[in-house]
Write a protein that binds this ligand. Structure first.
Ligand SMILES: [Mg+2]
Length: 318
């Protein structure tokens, strides 16, 4: 329900629906022309545009009947902004492509508006346009986010070099217990890391460390060594642990943590103090190695290949 108490209009009234979304967005710095015309216009202030897109499907990335539309909409925005954070970019605006089930309920449409508005406010990134349609399948929410490259330019997965430290910005694993629906893109962490010129390479952990780390290694042409005992294990991973999959396995393999994985040089005392001051954790989990050494997990004094078991949308989960 919108603040003025009006309920969602049926999709025949798409103009009203769009106007309601627009009324909840406000202007963002960088949005010259927002919702209401054929196109939006953004001011990038001479910087490079950084663009990312993610498509979320009911039953796959969220369960609408369980989480409700507001959480689903907010998650769709957050996962895109997480990718901007990974690139060291500042969000400017996002765009939404929606496929609603036929005859969408007022509750569904109200909830989506709430979620998009909440995310816009929480992350200071308004929706500047989009399109809505209906179909016979599940709810589909496609979001495209546009940002402005930060002072290091676009930070990529390439650039890690042997000898670099590998760190993550927070504890991993067990996000399916609910955290994945309240994702906070690590924009503050990204901003701080870029301000301190720390990352050589960076990515967000969306599909699990064991699947995402090899992607960073491939892009950088390097190998890696992860020290199992150093991987910060989230309490949700402890709670999810079973005889079949330990808490550490959850931390290595679960998806949707959205912490940043960073390859960087050694940190001096002043840099550590600046990170502390900003409230940004950088937990060292291993090292970048020459490519020929492969990607390995050190555990209890031994070493074994780190097998990608994270989430792959095109493969059934093992
Ligand atoms: Mg990503």
């Amino acid at each position: 329900m919108s603040p003025d108490g009006e309920h969602a209009v049926p999709l025949a009234g798409e103009d009203e629906w769009v106007a309601r979304i627009a009324s909840r967005m406000g202007g963002g710095r960088g949005v010259v022309l927002g919702i209401g015309s054929d196109c939006a216009a953004l001011d990038l202030e001479g910087a490079q545009a950084v663009v990312t897109t993610d498509v979320l499907v009911d039953g796959r990335h969220f369960v609408l009947a369980e989480c409700g539309p507001a959480a689903a909409a907010a998650k769709a925005v957050a996962v895109n902004l997480s990718d901007l954070a990974a690139a060291g970019a500042e969000p400017i605006a996002y765009f939404v492509g929606l496929v609603l089930p036929r005859d969408p309920s007022a509750a569904l449409m109200d909830g989506l508006v709430d979620g998009f508005a909440e995310a816009a406010k929480a992350f200071a990134c308004p929706c500047a346009g989009g399109d809505t349609n209906t179909g016979d399948g599940p709810l589909v929410i496609a979001v495209t986010a546009i940002g402005r490259a930060g002072s290091m330019g676009v930070v990529t997965r390439a650039g890690a070099r042997p000898g670099d430290v590998l760190s993550v910005t927070g504890p991993l694993g067990g996000s399916l217990r609910g955290r994945h629906l309240t994702t906070r893109p690590r924009l503050h962490e990204s901003r701080t890391l870029v301000r301190l010129r720390i990352p050589h390479a960076m990515m967000d952990l969306s599909d699990g460390l064991s699947r995402d780390l090899p992607r960073l290694c491939r892009a950088s042409g390097v190998g890696a060594r992860v020290v199992g005992e150093r991987v910060p294990v989230h309490p949700d991973a402890e709670a999810a642990a079973t005889p079949a999959a330990s808490a550490l396995e959850h931390a290595l393999d679960d998806g949707e943590d959205f912490e940043l994985l960073v390859a960087h040089g050694p940190l001096d005392v002043a840099t550590r103090a600046a990170l502390d001051e900003a409230g940004v954790a950088l937990v060292e989990i291993g090292r970048v190695e020459p490519k020929a050494r492969g990607i390995r997990l050190e555990l209890r004094g031994g070493s074994l290949p780190l097998i990608p078991r994270g989430f792959d949308h095109l493969r059934p989960r093992a």
